[in-house]
Design a protein around this ligand. Structure first.
Ligand SMILES: NC(=O)c1ccc[n+]([C@@H]2O[C@H](COP(=O)([O-])OP(=O)(O)OC[C@H]3O[C@@H](n4cnc5c(N)ncnc54)[C@H](OP(=O)(O)O)[C@@H]3O)[C@@H](O)[C@H]2O)c1
Length: 265
């Protein structure tokens, strides 16, 4: 099997998302970067985001080198409500006044027992994983609904539906985003905005590079036998945002190699 980097550097291009605009939060690395690159390879114009400009610009350069179109914006999703709304307005602006697709991908996952979770980490978890998607949907979905067209994809996690030791709040934030997916689908769906989720399994990214043994152990319990590649999560996002996904409403697609649905041990 090709590595994530190999697949991303040789993505075939097509036009299934031509003319569409997309904002992918946390797209300087990992799953978000793969989503940005895959959507761009299918013709979408993508806003790539990170906290630092050079990290977002690096991904924009990769997209442009492959013939795609992207713009870099910075935002701290743990920042103020005003910062988040300013970001939504800026993203709309650089995309020519219209955001067709919002992918709420950025997330943080500090590990440790409940009593050891620092107050700042608890605040950041709730802010980045739940508050930011809520504010961005509130800022961007009404315009989609007015046009009668748009898609929101929330990146959840396999952990949303199981208890794991030494990590109680992160899965709770992912359960929240899965429920928000259902709620927003019911709220905005009738006005033409599809809201859907993708729940990745153990995926090799910079964010969990410090836990290779835990990743291998989890992967061994899956049917796939290896960690998920970010690009595989991105393929599911592309399907969901394309017209092919039009009957998926309010549900989350597991891309986890079988970790939740067909666990081996
Ligand atoms: N990796 C997994 O095994 C796994 C499994 C299930 C679900 N997920 C979910 O998938 C999503 C992506 O995970 P990942 O592993 O790809 O993460 P990652 O490799 O750690 O990358 C995180 C991305 O989010 C951005 N980010 C982090 N904090 C931010 C903040 N305060 N403001 C703005 N951007 C911020 C980072 O940008 P900068 O650092 O450049 O600013 C980066 O682009 C998350 O929602 C995660 O919960 C991951």
């Amino acid at each position: 099997m090709q590595s994530n980097a190999e697949v991303l550097s040789t993505l075939p291009t097509d036009d299934r998302l031509a003319g569409r605009t997309a904002v992918v939060t946390g797209s300087s690395a990992g799953i978000g970067e793969a989503v940005a690159r895959v959507l761009a390879s299918s013709g979408a114009t993508v806003v790539v985001t990170a906290r630092e400009a050079d990290r977002a610009s690096g991904v924009v350069r990769s997209i442009e080198a492959a013939g795609g179109t992207a713009r870099a914006l910075t935002v701290d999703l743990g920042g103020s409500y005003a910062d988040l709304r300013r970001f939504a307005a800026e993203a709309t602006d650089v995309l020519g006044g219209r955001v067709d697709v919002l992918v709420n991908n950025a997330g943080i996952y500090p590990v440790g027992p409940t009593e050891a979770l620092a107050d700042d980490d608890l605040d950041a978890l709730l802010a980045v994983n739940v508050r930011a998607p809520h504010v961005l949907v509130g800022a961007l979905a009404p315009a989609m609904a007015e046009r009668g067209d748009g898609v929101v994809v929330n990146i959840g996690s396999w952990m949303a539906r199981v208890g794991v030791p030494a990590m109680a709040m992160y899965p709770a934030t992912k359960a929240a985003i899965e429920q928000l997916t259902r709620g927003w689908a019911a709220e905005y769906g009738p006005r033409g905005v599809r809201v859907v989720g993708v729940a990745p399994g153990a995926t090799s990214t910079r964010g969990n590079a410090d836990y290779p043994e835990a990743m291998d152990q989890l992967a061994r319990a899956t049917v796939a036998g290896t960690p998920v590649r970010p690009v595989d999560v991105a393929y599911a996002v592309r399907f969901l945002v394309s017209d092919e996904g039009r009957f998926v409403q309010g549900s989350s697609v597991d891309v986890d190699g079988g970790l939740v649905g067909a666990r081996l041990g």
